[in-house]
Design a protein around this ligand. Structure first.
Ligand code: ATP
Ligand code: MG
Length: 564
């Protein structure tokens, strides 16, 4: 697990400009931000953007960032999610120190403040049902109507609110609402609900409460209690900001946080909604929240994406005020950049074809010196065993090669990487005419991969010695959805990609790969980046393909330029 501090490029954006101006003007002594997940699912790459922003700002301005669970909805929240969220934030490389909080820590204070609003004539207990409240609320074009209970006395509301807390009423029988303005053009100000009755045990407070604050009532007040200076959230909360401010204005809170909104991350071929991700898990479309195809942090981790790559992606896309959709290729581009620098190179053959070197002594084994990472000399080299019987990738051979195929073919010479030049002399087939073996010869003068006479084969292949190979299962992944905009034209689940996972058995990998620790991603030479899956065991290796080597994003960009 990586414990290094984030190194992603620090860019200016409109939120950082606001914070910088506040620092310059001496508005705050310390900048305090927070990341406020609701523990009703696992974190996804969209949350990673918010985490990098909130923790990043705190770090850059010498402040701090709190991790606060917005745990106000006990029917959907679970301890499993609370634990997973903490593990994911840490893995991303961020640390909240001692500042771990829960909205539920403040339930007593929030209740007192609700009472304060009733006392000051700014809140009332409403007996309308949920349906009636909706009906009375009006629409974007029509004002709402006031509840018949809006003018009930302070004493009556206080009494009912205490009795709501005491558990006298069933779910939905009554709510507490703020007395604001049923004719406001902003529907959020039409007497918003502050408390509802929910008879459900809470993961932290157990059965202590049966009334729970709404997001709107809990959030800003929690910010104020913690001394948050900049409460940064996504754009859908912009219309809630007048209510956020109204509550701060009308309550005796200890500080005056301000809310700022930025555009949420949307990614092509990807759905970032916990509700949908939960369905994918529950309906068995994936192996779990951490399925390597999931856009969850735990899925990306299992897939082999390094935390550094995710942080670089967050830096690359920046923070804007207008919603947009980011190419998923940009995420892959950022991750590939990190892996190219850091991933050790290894040999593996996914679809093995036997290659026998007829003039190589049977029983002889040579240890070839193989470079671990050409991008990183400090990664050194290793020994890889070479022998008479090898395996190469089946599609590196063609019996009747078309014009642009330069790899192995009958009569042709190629280089085996870090080893020798070999020439294919004979093709052995089985009864079904399928090629099962290539009989070759090698040139002993080409050891290490160069010929003294300057001969240069047009192709270099990877290989593995049959006696020194370890079997493995390899899982290849494609996007979970077939369309860049899943669900745009039909039910989202009809856009699921039936071929998003392909399981290859009978792959062979360099023996050293049995020792790759979980969480480390390597490059299988010429094939892509791969990492051991959590299903992998010493006697049954399983690898995930993290990414192919091909840089689709660069290609898309190049095509875009050509097209323009
Ligand atoms: P979802 O829409 O996936 O269910 P959510 O907004 O309900 O997510 P929360 O747990 O409430 O999830 O989110 C915690 C924080 O992460 C919030 O501040 C929210 O604005 C932010 N966040 C959620 N989704 C994204 C996203 N796609 N891009 C950027 N930030 C996000
Ligand atoms: Mg939310």
């Amino acid at each position: 697990m990586s414990t290094q501090t984030p190194t992603s490029p620090e860019r200016g954006d409109f939120i950082r400009e606001i914070v910088a101006a506040d620092v310059r003007n001496g508005r705050h002594e310390t900048i305090v931000t927070r990341f406020p997940p609701e523990p009703n699912g696992y974190l996804h790459i969209g949350h990673a953007k918010s985490i990098c922003l909130n923790f990043g700002i705190a770090r850059e301005f010498g402040g701090r960032c709190h991790l606060r669970f917005d745990d106000t909805n006990p029917t959907k929240e679970e301890q499993e999610y609370i634990d997973a969220i903490q593990a994911d934030v840490r893995w991303l490389g961020f640390d909240w120190g001692e500042h771990l909080y829960h909205a539920s820590d403040y339930f007593e204070q929030l209740f007192e403040w609700a009472v304060h609003l009733i006392r000051t004539g700014k809140a009332y207990v409403d007996d309308l049902t949920a349906d009636e409240i909706r009906e009375y609320r009006g629409t974007l074009t029509e004002p709402g109507r006031e509840s018949p209970w809006r003018d009930r006395s302070v004493e009556e509301s206080l009494d009912l609110f205490e009795r709501m807390r005491a558990g006298e009423f069933p779910n939905g029988a009554r709510v507490l609402r703020a007395t604001i303005d049923m004719a406001s053009p902003n529907i959020n100000l039409r007497d918003p609900v502050l408390y509802r009755i929910v008879h459900a045990a809470h993961p932290r407070t157990g059965d202590a409460w049966c009334v729970y604050p709404t997001y709107d009532f809990a959030h800003g007040q929690s910010d104020a209690i913690e001394g948050i200076t900049h409460s940064i959230c996504t754009l859908e909360f912009e219309v809630h900001r007048p209510l956020y401010d109204w509550l701060i204005e009308n309550l005796p809170v200890p500080s005056r946080p301000r809310q700022y909104e930025f555009a949420r991350l949307n990614l092509t071929y990807t759905v970032l909604s916990k509700r949908v991700l939960l369905r994918l898990v529950n309906e068995g479309h994936v192996r779990g929240w951490d399925d390597p195809r999931m856009p969850t942090i735990s899925g990306l981790r299992r897939r082999g994406f390094p935390a550094e790559g995710i942080r670089e992606f967050a830096g690359l896309i920046g923070v804007a005020k207008a919603d947009s959709v980011v190419e998923v290729g940009q995420l892959e581009f950022a991750v590939r950049g990190v892996l190219n620098r850091t991933a050790p190179r290894r040999f593996a053959v996914l679809d093995p074809l036997k290659l026998v070197i007829e003039n190589y002594p049977a029983g002889q084994v040579e240890e070839m010196e193989v470079v671990n990472n050409p991008e990183d000399p400090s990664a050194g080299s290793r020994k890889v065993s070479f022998s008479r019987e090898l395996l190469i990738e089946r599609d590196d051979f063609m019996e009747e090669p078309p014009a642009k195929f330069f790899r192995l073919a009958p009569g042709r010479e190629v280089r085996l990487r870090y080893a020798y030049f070999v020439t294919c002399n004979e093709v052995v087939k089985d009864a079904n005419e399928e090629v099962v073996e290539l009989r070759c010869s090698y040139d002993p003068a080409t050891r290490g991969g160069d010929s003294p006479d300057g001969r240069k084969p047009k192709a270099t292949l990877h290989w593995i010695s049959a006696d020194h190979a370890t079997p493995a299962e390899v899982r290849l992944y494609d996007h979970l959805f077939v369309r860049p905009d899943p669900g745009a034209e039909r039910d989202l689940f009809e856009d699921l990609n039936p071929d998003s996972e392909e399981v290859l058995s009978g792959c062979l990998v360099e023996s050293a790969l049995a020792e790759v620790p979980p969480g480390e991603t390597v490059q299988f030479e010429r094939l892509g980046y791969f990492c051991p899956d959590s299903d992998s065991a010493p006697d049954r290796l399983v690898f995930n393909r993290t990414l192919t080597l091909r840089d689709t994003w660069a290609r898309v960009q190049a095509q875009g330029r050509q097209g323009a």
